[in-house]
Design a protein around this ligand. Structure first.
Ligand code: NAD
Ligand code: DAU
Length: 335
């Protein structure tokens, strides 16, 4: 079994590669990643010399590189590669369209040409837009993305769907809620707030802090993707979520309490434009039809995550000083 993981140097992709290498030591994993600012090979230092793991530096939107990689007889593609940060998509949408939409198209073309066995596209609950005070997103909730990021992910989802309908490509699309856990780039809410609190800096909370996100531990996301890989029905979409809805201010206060830092560090700042009010995932399809079970309790998961950042200050500092990019340049080989 040879699996192509794209975007494997990022937060979820690197957790997924570690999870799979540990659990399936005979599977071969190729990690194709462009190493943007969000790509960090230090996340995979512990497996860099594993005989079944190969890293290739390359852009999923570059048809030449992608074609080269697909010549290696890929059985399954798992597409994590994306520009993933909503705030960046508001200030600079173009690169989101290029990677998330055009890059996915390049991968789909290669998957079609080389008759890949399965194409799993890692998407997000943000494609559904926002919820009011009640209700949950199901797989049939209409797509209504509100940010350039979520619009680019919705565009890629529709392309993936079309390659199934038109060319018979074996696909699954997964739509997960907000992940937390080790190795998340400190631009996202939880690692940013932990980092700032540890360094006694202000914690910028957008708007009134009452927007709601549905949090899941990254390892539960990994096991859900594994489940879809092994049991997902051709052409199906699966929502993934841990039923852990929290307001942002609740998350921020939990972090402060856990780190023993004062609430005076909280600073309310201007709201994000188009800020989705609430996400909530109905994951009953993957639970009932594929037997996936999330394992993490939110309070133990968030405490362990806070401790992970506390105990890995060198990892954080190497990001803050850009030293991780020197490591990337030393470690990688180009396609
Ligand atoms: P991330 O930003 O941490 O990592 C993205 C990775 O993709 C990086 O390693 C980056 O170098 C790579 N990449 C970017 N552009 C590329 C390109 N053109 N070619 C090759 N590689 C490229 O993102 P993440 O949080 O790990 O998210 C991974 C996937 O999961 C994304 O598709 C995202 O939409 C989806 N997702 C994320 C969350 C979340 O909470 N973080 C939730 C649901 C879904
Ligand atoms: O729901 C899944 C999505 O979750 C993924 O598809 C995205 O890739 C991922 O980035 C995440 O998107 P969000 O916009 O929900 O995550 P973020 O961590 O940027 O923000 C979470 C919430 O916290 C959101 O309501 C905005 C708020 N926020 C965020 C930051 C960075 C703040 O209040 N202050 C901040 O500084």
């Amino acid at each position: 079994m040879r699996i192509l993981v794209t975007g494997g140097a990022g937060f979820i992709g690197s957790n997924f590669i570690t999870y799979m290498i540990n659990k399936y030591p005979d599977y071969e994993i190729i990690n194709l990643d462009a190493l943007t600012y969000a790509g960090n090979l230090e996340n995979l230092k512990h497996i860099q010399d594993h005989p079944k793991y190969l890293f290739i530096k390359g852009d999923i939107a570059d048809p030449r590189i992608v074609d080269d990689v697909f010549q290696r007889s890929i059985d399954i593609v798992i597409n994590f590669a994306a520009e993933s940060h909503v705030d960046k998509s508001i200030s600079d949408p173009g690169v989101f369209i290029r990677t998330n939409v055009m890059g996915t198209h390049v991968l789909l073309e290669a998957a079609r040409k080389y008759r890949v066995g399965k194409f799993i596209h890692i998407s997000t609950d943000e494609v559904y837009g926002t919820l009011g005070d009640t209700g949950l997103f199901t797989e049939t909730t209409p797509l209504a993305p509100n940010s350039p990021y979520s619009a680019s992910k919705a565009g890629s989802d529709l392309l993936v769907r079309s390659y199934h309908e038109t060319y018979g490509l074996n696909i699954n699309i997964t739509r997960c809620s907000n992940n937390y856990g080790p190795y998340q780039f400190p631009e996202k809410l939880i690692p940013l707030m932990i980092t700032n609190a540890l360094q006694n800096k202000e914690l910028p909370v957008y708007g009134d802090g009452l927007n709601v996100r549905d949090w899941i531990h990254v390892k539960d996301h990994c096991s859900a993707i594994e489940t879809v890989m092994l049991k997902g029905k051709n052409g199906e979409i699966y929502n993934i979520g841990g039923r852990n809805e929290r307001t942002n201010i609740e998350i921020v206060k939990t972090i402060l309490i856990e780190l023993g830092k004062p609430e005076s560090l909280i600073t309310y700042v201007e709201d994000r434009p188009g800020h989705d009010k609430r996400y909530g995932i109905d994951a009953s399809k993957i639970i009932d039809q594929l037997g996936w079970i999330p394992e993490y309790n939110f309070f133990t998961g968030i405490k362990a995550t806070i401790n992970w950042y506390k105990n890995n200050m060198d990892w954080l500092q190497r990001i803050q000083t850009a030293a991780y990019q020197d490591y990337n340049n030393q470690t990688c080989v180009s396609s």
